[in-house]
Design a protein around this ligand. Structure first.
Ligand code: SAH
Length: 397
């Protein structure tokens, strides 16, 4: 059924190509003109220069003008969001991520779940929702309701957390708050290990769900090792290292709040365990001061060094300098887990930065694993930009 109230934006000639390949973004330069009378977040139709309908999406002011919701004249109503969320949950069931011993997972990963601009992480019976586009901000109540109505998902509370993710200029004034339900405890389980998740004050949705598989892999390398978890945040890698039988685990983060969270999570799983200690210190300062050979398993999981393409050069230097310190100091036979979560840094660029750091140390280094984001952070094959997490596990002689 055609709804005549939906505005249609026309593309310039030849600009339909990427959309015909199902890429979900319309850049502002692709439009014949940037509409002035359409409110940000409105659902629009997109048509090729010859008038052929391409699909529907959320309009916004900025370099991405439309985030496509579907490549047909689909009605964007409550049923649409309920359907997409049900599909997203069906995938997580396929992945076996909702289990008594695993209650933390990503339910919606934006474009990877054909819901551009939306992120939903689930912690037990609470879903934390982040809108990255005005369109998703306006449908937050619909999404919250649909989440609590997902059969079998067991979501009772929905916390909306978009104060830092929405475009500042849109003046949407989002308030971080519960849309449905209220606080009902904040301990979630990941692969049988427990974590306090602080969605009220923590970064992102409170936890880095995306390192789940990589943390599990680290656990398998931990037995008998002295582990340094650099940039520990909530201590995910530290807890897995303790569970894996590490001899000693040192967690470092420049934020005192992160150090406190890490201590609380170590204590939650291994009360009174003296193998672990956490230190609030700058990464470079700690790496410079530590003794050669003090650790035989090191994790480097820094924040995104390049948030934008313009910062790429400095970011690559940063990765090289950081990794060089680890190669210089890690004990012989050591294992280095090193990551980049910068979307602007490609897998190849990251690898080159790590390789030049290794070469600087003149040590023999071999790649054991090449890591990425887990399956609950899927990448739409039509939107390769959705791949952001890169990691290498290296054996250093
Ligand atoms: N590895 C974590 C996620 C890391 S997030 C996990 O698995 O959950 C990045 C962390 O780096 C943040 O907690 C931030 O406080 C910390 N950080 C940022 N700059 C730092 C620096 N210069 N030195 C040490 N820690 C830093």
């Amino acid at each position: 059924m055609t709804d005549n109230n939906i505005p249609t934006l026309r593309l310039r000639r030849g600009k339909e190509e990427s959309l015909d390949r199902l890429h979900p973004w319309v850049f502002s330069g692709a439009l014949t003109e940037m509409p002035r009378d359409i409110e940000e977040g409105t659902v629009v139709r997109v048509a090729a220069s010859d008038g052929r309908l391409i699909g529907v999406g959320h309009f916004q002011i900025g370099s991405i003008a439309v985030r496509m919701l579907d490549f047909a004249d689909t009605a964007i109503d409550d049923a649409f969001f309920a359907r997409r969320l049900a599909e997203a949950y069906a995938l997580r069931r396929t992945l076996g991520l909702r289990r008594p011993d695993n209650t933390a997972f990503r339910l919606v990963h934006g474009e990877g779940d054909f819901l551009p601009g939306l992120v939903v992480d689930v912690y037990g019976d609470t879903a934390v929702v982040q809108a990255h586009s005005p369109g998703m901000h306006f449908v937050r109540d619909t999404i919250a309701r649909a989440l609590t109505e997902l059969p079998g998902a067991g979501i009772a509370n929905v916390y909306y957390k978009s104060e830092t993710t929405l475009p500042y200029k849109a003046r949407l004034d989002p308030q971080n708050d519960y849309i449905i339900g209220s606080y009902s405890g904040n301990v979630a389980t990941e692969n049988g290990l427990k974590f306090h998740i602080d969605w009220l004050r923590g970064q992102k949705t409170g936890f880095f769900v995306d390192q789940r598989d990589n943390r599990a892999l680290l656990g398998r390398y931990s037995a008998g090792r002295r582990v340094l978890n650099m940039f520990c945040y909530t201590g995910g890698f530290s807890v897995y290292a303790l569970a894996g039988g590490a001899k000693e685990v040192v967690s470092v983060d420049s934020s005192a709040k992160a150090v406190a969270l890490t201590e609380a999570n170590a204590e939650l799983n291994f009360p009174g365990d003296t193998r672990h200690r956490a230190v609030a210190e700058d990464a470079f300062r700690h790496l410079d001061a530590m003794e050669h050979g003090a650790y035989d398993l090191i994790v480097l999981d820094p924040p995104a060094f390049a948030k934008h393409r313009s910062a790429l050069h400095n970011a690559l230097q940063g990765y090289r300098r950081l990794n060089a310190r680890a190669f210089e100091k890690i004990a012989p036979g050591g294992v280095l887990f090193t990551f980049s979560c910068s979307q602007a840094v490609s897998r190849e660029q990251f690898r080159v930065a790590v390789f030049s750091a290794a070469a600087q140390s003149r040590r023999r280094v071999r790649i054991l694993h090449q890591l990425t984001q887990p399956a609950d952070h899927p990448v739409s094959i039509y939107h390769p930009e959705g791949e952001y997490l890169k990691g290498l596990v290296l054996y250093v002689e």
